[in-house]
Design a protein around this ligand. Structure first.
Ligand code: FAD
Length: 390
């Protein structure tokens, strides 16, 4: 087993590091203050494959494996959480379902648009009254009328929807309930009856816009069905498994960004006659952060590798996301602590990163839901006598 990234991914990472340092990092603070994504950088992303990480090249994507895609999201997250979340959601939630389940016509229609760097993709699962419990609580409905679906209801907290010409929407197509009662529909956002509400006022990730979207008798043609009717819940779970690797990678990037700020500051700031980096209590925080980030990154790579190897990676994706998001919280907490008062100031990046990372324990399944997923799998494995590690 090779514990190093392959040379081609290392080269990609180096190119990405340069791009992110030059094109995104200088604008991250302004993005947070203004609420505007750094679109000049996003327009340049197709050249690096960042707007179609795992989309086939014929549709303008880069056709990368999941480890390379994780490296990409980590590198963007390292310099800007908002850009990291929007690009992660665009790839995993926006492009992912269409690339995985789209018909040749749906892929040809939408993937080249989505990978162009001019728009961003989105997936609408959550509703005002249901996030973790989509099966029991999601109510947005689609009723078949002739050759059309008629959609009614409201989705909430949808990343990138403001920039998306089309979104994938989880809809209830059978009123009787159960996991076969959901389907996925592609909905063009300029259709009559679609309303994108004002952006949510958030704690962090302020440049990555999140909106509620309502559907009032929105009609889409039958061919907008994505995948099989009745498979929407299964598709949701599969998309979230994959998305969790990406949120894990983004969490590692946020932790890495805060870590670098923390170490630099500790070396520069003097107290009691020497740099605070010489103090053992400060070194303890630095060492803990180094260990935790390395552990989280390794888990993200393992989940990515399992996905690419065609293994069942549900548990590992949940483990990676849970660990990485909790590491991001701890590292950012300590990064602020090491900065003292300056860590509490908006003038220093650690304050922004601390706010940005908080979402990682909520989005694409809360930490409680990850623990439920992990425990359920562990219990199943014990029942089946599968006790060797994957
Ligand atoms: C910035 C941002 C971006 C987002 N982007 C998107 C997006 O692009 N698309 C999308 O569809 N959604 C998106 N979301 C929504 C997000 O995925 C949900 O908010 C999340 O899944 C949690 O759902 P909820 O907020 O309804 O919480 P709830 O499900 O109401 O949960 C509330 C609390 O109860 C806990 N809880 C729930 N069930 C259990 C249980 N069985 N046992 C123990 N505890 C439990 C939860 O862990 C949580 O702590 C986004 C949210 C934010 C904040």
């Amino acid at each position: 087993m090779d514990f190093e990234l392959p040379d081609d991914i290392k080269m990609f990472q180096r190119a990405l590091r340069d791009f992110c340092e030059a094109e995104i990092k200088p604008h991250a603070s302004h993005a947070d203050e203004s609420g505007e994504l750094p679109w000049n950088a996003i327009h340049k992303m197709p050249a690096l494959g960042l707007t179609g990480l795992q989309v086939d090249e014929e549709y303008g994507g880069a056709g990368m494996d999941t480890i390379a895609a994780s490296v990409a999201v980590e590198e963007i997250g390292r310099v800007c959480g908002s850009t990291g979340l929007s690009i992660s959601a665009h790839n995993g939630l926006g492009c992912g379902p269409i690339a995985t389940w789209g018909t040749p016509e749906q892929k040809a229609r939408w993937l080249p648009v989505l990978t162009s760097g001019k728009v961003l993709g989105a997936l609408a699962l959550t509703e005002p009254q249901a996030g973790s419990d989509l099966l029991g609580g999601a109510q947005v409905s689609a009723v078949r009328e002739g050759d059309e679906w008629v959609i009614n209801g409201t989705k909430a907290w949808i990343t990138n929807v403001r920039f998306a010409p089309v979104i994938t929407v989880l809809v209830r197509t059978r009123p009787e309930g159960g996991s076969r009662s959901f389907s996925m529909l592609l909905v063009e956002t300029d259709r009559e009856g679609v309303t994108v509400h004002p952006p949510e006022k958030k704690m962090g990730l302020k440049a990555s816009p999140t909106h509620m979207i309502s559907f009032e008798n929105v009609r889409v043609p039958a061919e907008n069905l994505l995948g099989e009717e009745g498979r929407g819940f299964y598709m949701t779970m599969q998309t979230l498994d994959s998305g969790r690797i990406s949120i894990g990678a983004l969490s590692v990037g946020l932790a890495q960004g805060a870590f670098e700020e923390m170490v630099r500051y500790a070396q520069e700031r003097h107290a009691f006659g020497e740099p605070i980096a010489h103090k053992q209590l400060i070194q303890e925080k630095i060492a803990n952060a180094a260990v935790e980030i390395e552990a989280a990154r390794t888990l993200v790579y393992k989940a990515a590798w399992m996905k690419d190897a065609g293994k069942d990676y549900t548990k590992m994706a949940a483990i990676a996301k849970l660990k990485a998001s909790e590491v991001a919280e701890r590292v950012c907490f300590d990064a602020i602590q090491i900065h003292g008062s300056y860590g509490y100031s908006r003038e220093y990046p650690v304050e922004r990163i601390y706010r940005d990372q908080r979402l990682m324990q909520i989005g694409e399944g809360t930490s409680e839901i990850q623990r439920i997923v992990i425990a359920r799998r562990v219990l199943q494995e014990f029942e089946q006598g599968v006790l060797l590690p994957a």
